[in-house]
Design a protein around this ligand. Structure first.
Ligand SMILES: [Zn+2]
Length: 378
């Protein structure tokens, strides 16, 4: 500011020498110009031009935005050169006003142009230096990834695909027929209670299991059938550490000639090995499901304690995984398959349970809270 101010004031002061720089600088210029009648209109024009020329030199040499701003304030500011000049011009004799006014306007327009150019030049230089500064640290982009439930679903599908299963899917809003009737689940079965199932006004329901996909597949395909059906299911439940109102299942169905429990067991054993490692053993326990006969629940040996007993397996050495069994002949008849020719097995597993076991997650609700601190770990 001081250098610029001095330069411009020097130019304006002409032969009288530089005017002191500082806060009162342009007041002094004004006094100098208005106080002495000695400055002719011609001399005033000459001084405007000299000041503007000097400003051009300064702007061309300006190295940063601060220097340009200092020149702008000295020229265009409220106490700047042109503001001071405009007062002087008011007292110029009428016949010379046109000439001085022209010098004033041209000078101001020219000065503004150089100010703009200098500002742009410095801005571009700053941009250019930014784009080539290879020493700056890179900007991390946050990339999302699969939810643990989807990771497990994809892993299960991959394992079963290698055993020849294909993926089938069905709607989450189902008919009572597909969800219960065709699966040999009678009207007095507890799972059909309105307190256990979400019913719509038109009688349809949010499916309580992925098993209706079995019905849809068998009704639209001739045997043999070999499918897995992953998907979301819904049951009225009070959420706690191991229960939620919606969760995910993967369902398997294998229909062919001469399918036996031995085939079921070998598929489940292969799955256990692929999912949790070669040391995992499986155990089948007799159970009851309406749509399979005989029915079993199957357990995997505890992967935490290797079967020795721990809090996770409640000291039993085994962890319950899900249900399975040979497809009930009534179900086969319902879809038009002849149970004398065709037989098969079905199984279902809870995805959340598989995820909780693999990742040692203690509470099912973590999977649905969308807490990034939790989800980032997978
Ligand atoms: Zn254990």
């Amino acid at each position: 500011m001081n250098i610029i101010g001095k330069t411009i004031s020097s130019a304006l002061a002409g032969a009288q020498g530089p005017i002191e720089a500082g806060t009162g600088l342009f007041t002094k210029i004004t006094e100098e110009l208005t106080g002495g009648a000695a400055i002719s209109p011609e001399e005033l024009c000459t001084r405007i031009n000299r000041a503007v020329t000097e400003a051009q030199t300064r702007l061309a040499a300006a190295a940063d935005a601060d220097e340009v701003e200092a020149v702008r304030i000295a020229l265009m500011g409220r106490n700047g050169l042109f503001q001071a000049l405009s007062k002087v011009i008011a007292d110029v004799p009428k016949e010379a006003k046109r000439e001085v006014g022209k010098a004033f306007n041209c000078g101001r327009a020219q000065a503004q142009k150089w100010l703009d150019e200098a500002g742009l030049r410095i801005e571009r230089a700053a941009d250019a230096s930014e784009s080539i500064d290879v020493t700056l640290p890179g900007r991390m982009r946050t990339v999302g990834h699969k939810h643990p439930i989807n990771i497990i679903v994809d892993d299960c599908v991959e394992i079963f695909r290698r055993m020849g299963f294909v993926v089938a899917s069905g709607p989450e809003i189902e008919t009572v027929r597909n969800n219960f009737d065709q699966l040999n689940t009678p009207a007095d079965h507890p799972s059909r209670d309105r307190g256990d199932t979400f019913y719509f006004a038109d009688g349809r329901i949010l499916r309580t299991q992925t098993s209706p996909v079995q019905i849809r597949t068998m009704e639209s395909h001739e045997p043999p059938v070999r499918i897995v059906a992953p998907g979301r299911v819904f049951r009225r439940d009070t959420p706690d550490a191991t229960h939620g109102m919606n969760f995910h299942q993967i369902e398997g169905l294998y229909i062919d000639r001469n399918v036996s429990m031995a085939d079921l067991k070998s598929v489940l054993q292969s799955f256990a090995w692929e999912m949790y490692g070669k040391e995992v053993k499986i155990r089948l326990r007799p159970h009851f499901f309406p749509f399979t006969e005989p029915s079993v629940e199957y357990d995997f040996s505890c992967m935490m304690c290797k079967g020795k007993g721990c809090p996770v397996c409640k000291q039993s050495g085994y962890i319950e995984i899900a249900g399975a069994g040979m497809v009930d002949p009534n179900v086969l008849r319902n879809v038009g398959y002849d149970p004398a020719i065709w037989s098969g097995f079905a199984f279902g597993m809870g995805i959340e349970r598989l995820a909780m076991l693999r990742y040692r997650i203690g509470d099912i609700r973590y999977l649905y809270e969308n807490d990034v601190r939790f989800l980032e770990q997978f």
